[in-house]
Design a protein around this ligand. Structure first.
Ligand SMILES: *Cc1c(COP(=O)(O)O)cnc(C)c1O
Length: 458
């Protein structure tokens, strides 16, 4: 066989693209990407690495399944809101709303009159209904955007009074004080790291004060000789009080008694509450602004509001989250530990059938992502050898567990029950490679465990 004969047998690009499986991929990931994969396979055939007849199969095997590089990951870290894993997973209702909203929609058109409608009226109405104590509501891009909007409108070029113990770094090197100063507001710190009193605030407020800001220290706890002042007790000082509660809890939650919520703050007379949409609310990334009607209207009409405006996808997902069934994060938070143990037992039994020893263990889950700092929930999962953690992350179905006490624990509290099958499949896929050796480490207390893996902070 001559070199030319061999090369002639390598299918031409047009022929590969015409193959139905490849043509279908063009519709999903685009022609340019498919052509790259085809060219690479042809190159390998030319170099003799694969047979010319294998080109089409190679291309099909290597084609990406999606035009975007983002991949679904199973969160078995036991951190319910993992910022590195995209915080709250959306409910099916919200996902469906997102898909619908992706086309042309009536986001800002009144179909009855044919005139301009209020942008995202449905989402805003749903939010107003969920927080009846708010005179008005507005939605910005995220919690940080909500803060920026309030700080710019109320305190740019003026002073903002804030407790020293509430100067929070929210994660990835972003510090709220720096974010606030970027608006042109001057921070006036009051109190000490551990203590602040109403008098401290009262003394700091003067003619140049634009607002008082209360920030919920959502990712750490200060214990011992401490005192702070509830936002509701700062309302009589003659300047607007803004309470950044962070987590997006709209009403008190019995499992998180120390977590501030919007309804309680508003009832205590706080004129403006800001929060995130993708934390305990369980919705899309968004920044909620709830409060006094005049104040919210002022923020809504501020020029900066246009730059911090949420897109139609967010509005749709937020409305569906608020009106639809209990979002996944809330179900995970409220799941009964007996039910979690039963799920872990079923996963463990499935793996045992495939020769993988993954004993059921009791463990402790956390809210993470800027909510419920210091609060742990009894949970359950299955344990694998520590080495499995890295393999599971890069497996066919990426799965992130938690390494503690020399093993990799897969905590089911942060996994949607519908994903248990996929979790077991992800372990089986890796177990076949090498994680299946028997190990008989007895379950141990993991109370003092160090959580590893991606940064669970906000
Ligand atoms: C999370 C958090 C923020 C930032 O909100 P994003 O939605 O991440 O922008 C601000 N303040 C507090 C108290 C938080 O917990």
């Amino acid at each position: 066989m001559t070199d030319t004969d061999f090369r002639r047998r390598i299918p031409r690009t047009d022929a590969v693209l015409a193959e139905p499986r490849v043509a279908a991929a063009v519709a999903v990931v685009g022609k340019a990407r498919v052509k790259e994969v085809v060219a690479a396979a042809q190159q390998r055939a030319r170099g003799g690495d694969i047979a010319p007849e294998a080109v089409v199969d190679e291309v099909v095997a290597e084609l990406p399944r999606s035009a975007a590089s983002v991949r679904p990951v199973i969160n078995a870290t036991g951190v319910l809101l993992h910022t590195n894993l995209g915080r709250a997973p959306l409910s099916d209702a919200a996902r469906e709303a997102l898909t619908t909203a992706a086309g042309t929609t009536d986001v800002e058109l009144d179909l009855v009159t044919g005139g301009r409608g209020r942008r995202g009226a449905g989402a805003l109405a749903a939010l107003a209904a969920a927080v009846p104590d708010a005179g008005a509501v507005h939605v910005a891009n995220n919690g940080a955007a909500a803060l920026i909007l309030a700080a710019t409108a109320l305190a740019a070029g003026r002073e903002m009074v804030i407790a020293r113990g509430e100067m929070v770094e929210i994660g990835d090197g972003f510090r709220l004080p720096e974010l606030l100063e970027s608006t042109g507001a001057r921070l006036r710190e009051v109190g000490t790291t551990n203590r602040v009193t109403r008098d401290d605030y009262a003394r700091a407020v003067g003619p140049d004060t634009g607002m008082i800001l209360k920030i919920h220290p959502s990712n750490f706890v200060v214990q011992g000789f401490t005192s702070s002042v509830p936002a509701g007790e700062l309302t009589g000082l003659g300047v607007p009080v803004v309470s950044d509660i962070g987590s997006g809890l709209l009403a008190p939650h019995p499992l998180l008694p120390d977590e501030p919520d919007a309804a309680t703050e508003l009832r205590a007379g706080v004129p403006l509450v800001t929060a995130s949409g993708d934390k305990l609310l369980g919705g899309p990334q968004a920044g909620l602004l709830l409060g006094d009607a005049d104040l919210v209207q002022r923020l809504r009409r501020h020029p900066l509001a246009r730059a911090l405006r949420v897109d139609k996808l967010t509005l749709a997902a937020l409305e569906a989250t608020l009106r639809g069934p209990v979002p996944p994060v809330r179900a995970m938070l409220e799941a009964d530990v007996e039910g979690l143990r039963a799920r872990a037992r079923a996963i463990s039994a499935d793996l045992a059938v495939h020769g993988i020893d993954a004993p059921v263990v009791d463990c402790r889950a956390v809210v993470g992502g800027g909510g419920g700092p210091g609060v742990e929930f009894p949970s359950a999962g299955v344990a694998l050898p520590e080495e499995a953690a890295a393999a599971l992350r890069v497996g066919a179905i990426p799965l992130v567990g938690r390494v503690e006490n020399g093993r990799c624990v897969l905590d089911v509290r942060s996994v949607a029950p519908a994903d248990d099958e996929r979790l077991a499949a992800a372990v089986r896929a890796v177990g076949a490679v090498g994680g299946s050796e028997r190990h008989s480490r007895a379950p141990r207390s993991i109370g003092s465990a160090v959580r590893s893996g991606p940064d669970p902070s906000s």
